[in-house]
Design a protein around this ligand. Structure first.
Ligand code: PRX
Length: 655
């Protein structure tokens, strides 16, 4: 079959600066990769002590970048811009969901991070101590992260949509000394309490926590534990107005961020300072063609995810950019909220996820058409493969048929963007992340690890990264072996990303989604095992199997197959079987987060297993996606799929 002619979009000529820079970078990186990264670290960051060596890979797969260098992340993000005379530049136009706004200049941010750093130290936080941050998208979340960085305390931001139970396990794993939270959050037009989740998490465990700093946002009633709980505003007011920041080693831990793996236990991805910041600043400038003097940049992510860390907080601030941050949901109070904000602040660069674009598509092009979006000049996409239709819709309806759309591939583990078009030079192909950035080495390999050469033929395999990069994770918190096993054992000497990839005849890379038991729901990584463990922790469930089924809006939707315990639903105490799917969905929301709620829960009598007992999720996916069931020859009982399908037809059990 011959593929239809590929539609392409050449780079706009006005991106000349980016084009020139990209050309220099490509040349420099090709000639001397480490020299290039050394130059970038010096050009983009201010070091108190210069580094001696760009990369020490002698303890591979544990990298040390910029050895001997010393710097302070917060000073680089804030203080030095104020010292350079940029104090009056707006760092953030913050927009609250109820309509309140805050304009925060670099000077004001400077004042806040100094006070917050002093407040943390007053609570006994020392360099190396972990601080958990469980906050909605209020500006204090950014200040809290920077204050942690300033005092050398690695932050562990836990997405505020996670449950008390998920929060507890993350606090315990990191051994956090302080938790920073809020009384509540505004979401979907209403105030929802947040602190009770922290109280519940700490009541259930997490003995390492000494203090809880509480930001006042919704002004709802909160329970208070004297001696432990401290109001954020009181602590900042009591702190000195200035704080002298000390420099830390380039390899000093900057943050831990938990992400789902293939087991039930989330992985604490560890990032350190010099390398991460270099890649954050570099990619934010080059991939988005950033002109900090004139651009208004908006990344629609949440600080609870890595995109928020790198492209709301560190990247933009290191580059002295002006950003918009929006607290709420895109359809509160109406479906044009984002476009109203773009129009109001003259947003020029917008970075979001394909699932959000598809949601906008569903609401219709008449919504953005009501607003003046002519300030936009560049659009970005991240988190999952963007289907070409969504890419084209985004460019046409949001980008006015003029803006480049950069599809950026990266991961929590990579710290920053790895594969992406460069808007000044790349001729874009809708749906493809295209090429590794200068200084980044990626290949597509087959099962045996042989490189599938880009020799004019199309090939499909696994994505690997073949050389260390500055923003790479430095390990999994507290689990060296898991780090080696997960990323470095499948193809020894190379980093296995867990993604399938296709290389087209031009050598461009198309990401194909996860090849492991990790689902991607609305751009969020959720492990099948984690949801299965949550389901079997319900008294009515004996066994569960979970698959990610294709979903028009969210990329994948979670479909759960459950076998009930004997007696469940028959007056056995577990409630009515008809209500069970709903109860189980709720149970998963409580155990993990509403984002992990299965789209459907199907009650079955059996699950398809191989003779060795491994659940064949591929077959369940066929059922979940309403397809003819594939090859069943390796099943222990070849008739089981027929019985599952027949049972579901008789009693859909879908909720
Ligand atoms: O499967 C890939 C997908 O998201 C995974 C990383 O998820 P997370 O660590 O949560 O980080 C998301 C934000 C960087 C990857 O393994 N992914 C991310 N970006 C893309 C993507 N898949 C295809 N195209 C992308 N642009």
């Amino acid at each position: 079959m011959t593929a239809p002619a590929q539609e392409t979009f050449p780079p706009p000529p006005e991106l000349a600066r980016s084009a020139a820079e990209a050309g220099e970078h490509a040349e420099r990186a090709a000639a001397d990769r480490l020299g290039f990264w050394g130059d970038r670290a010096r050009e983009l960051l201010t070091w108190e002590t210069g580094f001696e060596e760009v990369l020490d890979w002698s303890a591979a797969p544990f990298a040390r970048w910029y050895t001997g260098g010393r710097l302070n992340a917060c000073v680089n993000a804030v203080d030095r811009h104020v010292a350079a005379g940029l104090g009056d530049r707006v760092a953030f136009h913050w927009v609250g969901e109820p309509g309140d706004t805050r304009t925060i200049t670099y000077s004001q941010l400077h004042e806040q991070v100094q006070r917050a750093a002093g407040a943390l130290e007053a609570l006994g936080v020392q360099p190396g101590d972990r601080v958990a941050i469980y906050l909605p998208m209020v500006s204090e979340a950014i200040v809290a992260m920077l204050a942690c960085a300033r005092v050398g305390a690695p932050h562990s931001v836990v997405f505020s949509g996670f449950s008390a139970e998920a929060l507890r396990t993350r606090i315990e794993d990191a051994g956090a000394r302080v938790v920073i939270t809020a009384d509540g959050a505004f979401r979907r037009g209403a105030a929802a309490p947040l602190k009770p989740a922290v109280d519940a998490a700490l009541a259930a465990g997490a003995p390492s926590v000494e203090h809880v700093l509480v930001v006042r946002r919704t002004e709802g009633e909160v329970a208070w534990t004297e001696g432990r709980d401290v109001w954020w505003h009181d602590a900042l007011e009591a702190a000195p107005a200035t704080h002298e920041a000390q420099a830390f080693d380039a390899e000093h831990p900057l943050f831990i961020l938990y992400t789902s793996g293939t087991t039930g236990k989330p992985k604490g991805i560890l990032h350190t300072t010099g390398g991460y910041l270099t890649q954050a600043a570099h990619t934010h400038r080059t991939v988005f063609d950033l002109h900090p003097e004139t651009d208004v940049y908006w990344c629609g992510a949440d600080v609870g995810w890595v995109t928020g860390h790198t492209y709301i907080v560190y990247g933009p601030l290191l580059n002295a950019a002006t950003s918009v941050v929006y607290e709420g949901t895109p359809n509160t109070p109406h479906e044009g909220r984002w476009w109203e904000i773009v129009q109001q602040y003259g947003v020029s660069i917008l970075y979001t996820a394909p699932t959000t674009v598809r949601t906008f598509m569903k609401w219709g092009e008449q919504v953005p058409a009501r607003y003046d979006l002519s300030s936009l000049r560049l659009l970005g996409s991240v988190g999952e493969p963007i289907n070409p239709e969504a890419w084209r819709w985004y460019r046409r309806n949001i980008g006015g048929d003029r803006t480049p759309v950069v599809d950026t591939w990266w991961q929590t583990e990579t710290g920053g963007i790895m594969i992406s078009p460069l808007p000044g030079v790349t001729t874009l192909k809708p749906g493809s992340a295209q090429t590794p950035l200068p200084g980044i080495s990626a290949e597509v390999v087959d099962d045996e690890g042989a490189v599938l050469a880009a020799d004019g033929a199309e090939t499909t395999g696994y994505l690997v990264l073949t050389e260390p990069w500055p923003g790479m994770l430095r390990g999994i918190w507290g689990d060296e072996q898991r780090y080696r096993d997960t990323y470095w054992s499948r193809f020894p000497g190379r980093y296995f990303a867990g993604d399938g990839a296709r290389r087209d005849a031009d050598g461009d890379i198309w990401l194909l989604g996860r090849v492991d038991d990790v689902m991607n729901v609305s751009g969020h990584r959720i492990s099948t095992t984690e949801v299965e463990s949550a389901l079997v922790s319900h008294p009515a469930v004996a066994e569960a199997a979970v698959v990610g089924a294709a979903d028009e809006t969210t990329g994948q939707g979670i479909v759960a197959f459950v076998i009930l315990r004997g007696g469940a639903g028959e007056g056995g105490g577990a409630g009515d079987v008809a209500d069970l799917p709903q109860a189980l969905r709720q149970h998963v929301a409580t155990q993990i987060s509403p984002i992990a709620k299965p789209r459907s829960v199907l009650v079955v009598d059996e699950l398809p297993k191989t003779r060795s007992g491994k659940i064949m999720r591929r077959l369940l996916r066929d059922v979940a996606e309403d397809r003819a069931v594939g090859d069943v020859t390796t099943l222990a009982d070849a008739t089981v799929m027929g019985r599952i399908s027949a049972g579901l037809r008789a009693a859909p059990g879908e909720d």
